[in-house]
Design a protein around this ligand. Structure first.
Ligand SMILES: CC(C)(COP(=O)(O)OP(=O)(O)OC[C@H]1O[C@@H](n2cnc3c(N)ncnc32)[C@H](O)[C@@H]1OP(=O)(O)O)[C@@H](O)C(=O)NCCC(=O)NCCS
Length: 429
């Protein structure tokens, strides 16, 4: 067996051997296929990058058919159960698990960079009273580049480390303040005595008490949700971070682009749609009629199906378990019963079985967030905080990858050519 592809161009009758490496061919090799020396080479048309690898990456592995997700080779199930978000962040960014000393230094660094410049606070106060927290987060992260102009030195590894620490540390502060702003509540400063996730909860919910003490079960559940969202290989926002980062801009600007991508309903917003759907169904007896509507193509069962997973999304299984822990503290979200019954019926139904439609990460996460008193606008902010180490790991890999170039896709031009311009004064005369 030869690891190559033989292509015969029927326009010219010429044959080409294209090497196959790691299950892929290089698009540039296809570019050598042309009808004449002065004609453009063969291009690949792939809107949405459905079958185009944009990079080599050692960060995250997904096997969608088998329902496998691994960060740096470690299965998500083990990390969610036995690790912490900051340890997972270290793993994603550095590529391996920390020693005790490395972990303690990492936690210390992150903890002591949670504060932001007072001017950041002032400009966040300047947003409209009803500003969407995700818009505030995106703008604030982008603005951090003006506070750390040294971040442009992206080829300096120490400098990159500094910005990575800053961003992971400050994201909960900016996220919590975006939340408090809409409520007209004063911003709460970070409490460096608390762990990462407990501190985030304190900045979200503290009022006049001296210290805000979150229930440890809630802290653990939210920490687990951050782990589950920490990376997902070349998704829309990771691609945005890489694409913008390929211009060699500073990482704050790149991550702000990732937040913009995540803001969109096709990426970060499905869990909110699940809640709306469950509320609309209302009672268990209405489920069969709802399922019939879905099968008839009238609407989609939100939180089901995935572009990559054609099996149970491994993250959905873990979230289901986190639901139990959270509801033990907050009381059961009444929508849970409807969700569970909906899942049971759908998983037995031929329509969903045949199309390999299983619950995805969003099917249960909204129920938890709602039980924790988050308004739907905050759901994507939580996602962004969890995803930050993943974005930074992808960015850090990109800037060190010698094969990478500025992202600049080809197009297939469909417009006019060679028209003659008539000045407005003549056209409108
Ligand atoms: C995630 C999603 C966009 C993936 O889409 P995709 O990979 O492009 O899959 P397709 O849209 O090609 O769907 C394949 C088939 O399954 C059906 N299907 C996919 N998701 C469905 C859903 N949630 N409910 C009902 N039918 C669904 C499609 O109608 C199609 O059926 P057909 O072959 O009879 O036309 C899609 O599953 C979806 O819209 N899910 C609901 C939204 C959601 O939960 N998003 C969060 C993703 S993390």
């Amino acid at each position: 067996m030869t690891d190559s592809l033989t292509v015969r161009d029927n326009r010219t009758g010429q044959e080409y051997d294209v090497p196959i490496v790691d299950g892929a061919i290089k698009a540039a090799d296809l570019g050598k296929i042309r009808t004449a020396d002065d004609e453009p080479g063969l291009a690949v048309y792939d809107p949405g990058f459905v079958n185009t690898a944009s990079c080599r990456s050692a960060v995250t592995f997904i096997d969608g058919d088998k329902g496998i997700l691994e960060y740096r080779g470690y299965p998500i199930e083990q990390l969610a159960e036995k690790s912490t978000f900051l340890e997972v962040a270290y793993l994603l960014v550095h590529g391996e698990l920390p020693t005790k000393a490395e972990y303690e230094a990492w936690v210390h660094e992150i903890t002591f960079h949670t504060f932001v410049h007072e001017n950041v606070k002032s400009f966040m106060e300047g947003f409209r009273y009803d500003a969407h927290p995700m818009g505030m987060l995106m703008a604030s992260v982008g603005a951090l580049s003006t506070f750390y102009p040294d971040a442009v030195h992206i080829s300096d590894a120490e400098n990159r480390h500094m910005q990575i620490v800053r961003m992971i540390a400050k994201m909960p502060t900016l996220g919590a303040w975006s939340f408090r702003h809409a409520q007209g509540k004063p911003f709460v400063y970070p409490d460096n005595e608390l762990g990462y996730t407990a501190n985030f909860l304190s900045m979200l919910f503290k009022m006049s008490e001296q210290n805000y003490v979150a229930d440890p079960r809630i802290v653990k559940a939210l920490d687990t949700l951050f782990i589950l969202h920490a990376d997902h290989e070349q998704n829309c926002s990771a691609n945005a971070v890489r694409s913008v980062g390929s211009s060699q801009v500073d990482p704050y600007s790149s991550v702000a682009a990732g937040i913009g991508a995540l803001y969109g309903p096709l990426h970060g917003g499905a869990n909110e749609a699940v809640l709306r759907m469950l509320r609309r169904i209302g009672t268990k007896d209405k489920i069969p009629a709802f399922i019939e509507g879905v099968k008839a193509g009238e609407e989609r069962l939100m939180g089901f199906g995935h572009r990559v997973y054609k099996n149970y999304d491994p993250r959905a299984k873990i979230i289901k378990k986190a639901c139990d822990d959270v509801f033990e503290v907050t009381g059961v979200n009444p929508l849970l019963e409807i969700a569970q019954e909906l899942e049971r019926i759908a998983l037995e139904d031929e329509y969903f079985v045949k199309r390999k439609l299983y619950p995805n990460v969003d099917f249960y996460s909204g129920l938890i967030y709602e039980a924790l008193q988050f308004p739907p606008e905050m759901f994507t902010v939580l996602f962004a905080i969890g995803r930050t180490p993943g974005w930074l790991a992808q960015w850090n890999e990109l800037v060190q990858d010698k094969e990478q170039k500025i992202a600049r896709p080809k197009q297939i031009y469909t417009g006019e050519r060679g028209l003659t311009f008539t000045p407005a004064s003549e056209r409108w005369a």
